[in-house]
Design a protein around this ligand. Structure first.
Ligand code: ATP
Length: 210
């Protein structure tokens, strides 16, 4: 359970999130909707522990972000550009990242790469990947450790039509596993097909949710 309690975030005198409160449950997919600059990415960043929250509070399973924990302990993240090292294969990238937490086996890595529609045996460096392949790789990076909180900014960007259907199925399966998924998207179909709840943001405020 993730609780956002009345957070206000001001960056360089701009209020980028204003009195935002929401409760996110496990096993559900939440869609963030709103115009460019509405605050979707800022909310994802705050949830990821990437922006200090000075007004209000975010609790991850009763632990306050920035107090007992700096980051959600079990989190998969895809925000803006992918962070894959271009000079390595995707498998090598995930193996290197996996060394920090040591929760994913080589089998988990291969399975996740297959699930995003790529080949775990591909010997090409990520630098040689197409845009859509890089995006699939970034989704694999967000999912390979089976995180309980998955934060995704525009996950289906650059992915071909058939791939979008596959990625949606994959995310639905992750929610079924029990993960909480919060995604920002400009694709109305991503939101209507995937989201259990849609949260509308405008000028940093939640204006509606359904
Ligand atoms: N580093 C920063 N410092 C100050 N303000 C910022 C910074 N980054 C973003 N902002 C501001 O925060 C507000 C919210 O931006 P955010 O990136 O969350 O919007 P968004 O809803 O994700 O938009 P988009 O649909 O374009 O991705 C915007 O007004 C933006 O100008």
């Amino acid at each position: 359970m993730i609780e956002v309690n009345n957070i206000t975030i001001t960056l360089k005198k701009d209020t980028v999130l204003k009195e935002v409160s929401y409760a996110f449950e496990s096993g559900k997919i939440y869609g963030l909707r709103g115009r460019n600059g509405a605050g979707k990415t800022m909310l994802l960043r705050a949830l990821a522990g990437l922006i200090p929250v000075k007004e209000g509070q975010i609790k991850i399973d009763d632990q306050v972000l920035g107090d007992k924990i700096d980051f959600p302990p079990s989190m998969g993240l895809l925000i803006e550009n992918n962070n894959l090292a271009p000079e390595f294969t995707l498998t090598k990238n995930l193996q290197l990242l996996g060394k920090i937490k040591k929760v994913a086996t080589d089998d988990d890595i291969a399975t996740t790469i297959t699930r995003v529609g790529l080949d775990p045996k591909d010997t090409r460096k990520v630098a040689k990947f197409s845009l859509g392949m890089k995006q699939r790789g970034a989704i694999a990076q967000a999912l390979f450790e089976k995180p309980m909180l998955i934060l995704l900014d525009e996950p289906t960007n650059a992915i071909d039509q058939q791939g979008v259907i596959e990625i949606r199925e994959l995310l639905a399966a992750e929610a079924k596993r029990g993960a909480t998924i919060i995604l920002a998207s400009h694709n109305p179909e991503d939101l209507s097909v995937l989201a259990d709840e849609i949260i509308d943001l405008s000028h940093g405020e939640i204006v509606k949710h359904a």
